[in-house]
Ligand binder design. Structure first.
Ligand code: N01
Length: 544
């Protein structure tokens, strides 16, 4: 490492900047990567296409966007007790603007922006085998060379645009929830159509419906959603988290999903049907995370337990939705919790509004768009605005969009044609010194993502220190270790019902994408395992 202990880059005739590490992405992961590597004394540069920090939280500012996972104050960085002590969370499921405020506070507090170049898209990244360094080319013409390339490009960042005849001819306003405008969007007096009923659709539909003249929901797959149970964070909860932060963090480290909650270990069929129903009623009333952590341990492994909960939730839809025909269309038919769990704020209730129409695209598919309408098999729906809540080319999409070129100029797209070959979700054969945060093969989206980024980045930092001590210049995994890891990811996934349902976890939402479940499901076990691998001298890697 030639510039360790320097934080300023050296420039050659202004044409190329030299760093120890280049980080792509200034979201939660990239920000921590910058902080951590800088603390280690490395020279680091971050590039991001956005005009400020935040990544997914910078882009996803659609109405209703909020943390819909176990939330505040545990969806946050854990590495600094000061940050924790200085920040107050207002709601358990913080809204997007509150999360972005927090991220900006961290960037200010750690003075991160001085090493981030915004509005700069990395267009190419190539490994030079003779120099054992990466060169990146950017949209602003800046070129940079670095020994290490950290890809913090986001697991849910590359938007999935539906390919529907005539969609580009639609002349009204059109927005994707994943790249929502920064200027206010007014729905007043407008006829709005929304495609997509995943988390983004379920969060935005109730909000848009309150303001729009009319809303048409174009639903391809009916969804199970649970009442969010969002509420203010109580002052005593914040005080308790602050007082006992170390204990909470230890619990987060020990838990499979990275949150400090005790999960119910009991199996559904160990209880009588009456007891189960009473339990589900109580959890439904409390809503939110309570439902997920308080349910039974075998919902995603036992077909019978799964069917029982699915029936309970379908009964809830029938209870909530007034019109039986609309309720019928809203009935999901997949294994419950085999698509990402959604927490909603009045989603099913929205279909009781006079200004909302539900179109079931399975019975009544979209034929085409015109400049002023969407035409489904049953007829024409005139619209002024189209909202695409169609999700992302998730997990692997942003790495493929970057498409780095490794040894011999071979591209990641070539390497990943059939599967997203990787070792530990961190590294790829033929791409030395390149590391992914939340990449395919990691627990990524099944783990508390800020914590997962911290833990992966700490591991990468330790590997870099180890290389420095041993005078090593390059590291990459072996093909055998990639194959072994792929089998481990698959084995764990297939011990559950999750791969049986089409979802963005299986790549089924993007035509032509390799279809398989590419997330490692045991986050807690994963972090222990990668730490053991490090202790065994980075087993599965080769060094130069
Ligand atoms: O995307 P999705 P999302 N024609 O892929 C439909 C995270 N997140 O943005 O199910 C018609 O879940 C598609 O239909 P189908 C969270 O992890 C977090 O909502 O593929 N429909 C589906 O209904 C989440 O899971 C938060 O049949 C089409 C929808 O569009 C993940 O991001 C908030 C279509 C896409 O749902 C992704 O959620 C929001 C087509 N051609 C999201 N193509 C927070 O915690 C797609 N669909 C803040």
């Amino acid at each position: 490492m030639e510039t360790a202990n320097k934080t300023q880059p050296s420039r050659e005739n202004g044409s190329i900047e030299h760093y120890d590490a280049v980080i792509i992405g200034a979201g939660i992961s990239g920000m921590y990567a910058l902080h951590h590597l800088r603390e280690m004394g490395l020279s680091v540069r971050v590039y991001d296409g956005a005009s400020d920090v935040g990544g997914t939280w910078w882009y996803n500012r659609y109405p209703g966007a909020r943390v819909d996972a176990p939330g505040s104050p545990f969806y946050s960085y854990t590495f600094s007790e000061e940050l924790m002590k200085e920040w107050d969370w207002a709601e358990v499921q913080a809204e997007q603007s509150a999360v972005l405020d927090y991220i900006e506070f961290v960037a200010d507090r750690l003075d991160l922006r001085r090493d981030i170049q915004f509005e700069t898209w990395v267009q190419d990244a190539r490994y030079d085998e003779s120099l054992q360094r990466w060169t990146v080319e950017t949209s602003t013409g800046v070129r940079a060379s670095a020994q290490f390339l950290i890809c913090a490009v986001g697991a849910l960042s590359t938007t999935n645009m539906p390919d529907i005849p005539g969609i580009l001819d639609f002349a009204g306003e059109c927005y994707h929830t994943g790249s929502w405008p920064h200027e206010p969007v007014s729905f007043q007096g407008k006829r709005v159509a929304v495609i997509g009923t995943g988390s983004s659709g379920v969060q935005s539909i109730p909000e848009i419906a309150k303001e729009a003249d009319h809303m048409t929901v174009l639903q391809r797959t009916a969804q199970f959603t649970f009442p969010s149970g969002n509420r203010p964070v109580k002052p005593e909860e914040m005080a308790d988290a602050r007082e006992n932060w170390d204990a909470y963090v230890a619990k987060m480290y020990a838990s499979p999903a990275g949150f400090p909650f005790d999960m119910n270990e009991r199996k559904a069929l160990d209880d009588t049907p009456e007891h189960r129903r009473a339990r589900y009623e109580e959890l439904w009333r409390r809503g939110g995370v309570d439902f997920l952590k308080g349910g039974y341990s075998d919902i995603t492994t036992s077909e019978e337990a799964n069917a029982w909960l699915a029936d309970f939730c379908r009964d809830k839809i029938r209870e909530i939705v007034d019109d039986p025909e609309t309720a019928r269309k809203l009935m999901p038919d997949h294994y419950i919790l085999t698509k990402r769990a959604i927490l909603d704020c009045g989603y099913y209730e929205t279909f009781n509004r006079d200004n909302v129409t539900l179109v079931d695209l399975r019975e009544d598919p979209i034929e085409r768009f015109t400049p002023t309408s969407v035409i489904t098999r049953s007829g024409e729906h005139p619209i002024d605005m189209l909202v695409l809540a169609t999700g992302f080319d998730a997990i692997s999409g942003s790495m493929l969009r970057l498409n780095p070129k490794g040894r011999g100029g071979d591209s990641l797209k070539e390497r990943w044609q059939d599967r997203f070959h990787n070792y530990l979700g961190l590294s790829v054969v033929g791409f030395p010194n390149m590391f992914m945060i939340h990449g395919p093969g990691s627990p990524g989206v099944f783990y508390n993502m800020p914590l997962g980024a911290e833990r992966q980045m700490d591991w990468i930092g330790n590997l870099i220190s180890d290389m420095k001590e041993r005078g090593m210049r390059a590291v990459e995994p072996t093909t055998e270790s990639e194959e072994k890891w792929d089998n481990m990811v698959a084995e764990l996934a297939h011990s559950t019902l999750l791969p049986r349902t089409d979802s963005w976890w299986t790549g089924a939402n993007v035509p032509g994408k390799p279809r398989y479940f590419s997330v490692y499901l045991d986050g807690g076990g994963y972090h222990q395992m990668i730490s053991d691998i490090a202790a065994r001298g980075y087993e599965g890697f080769v060094f130069e």
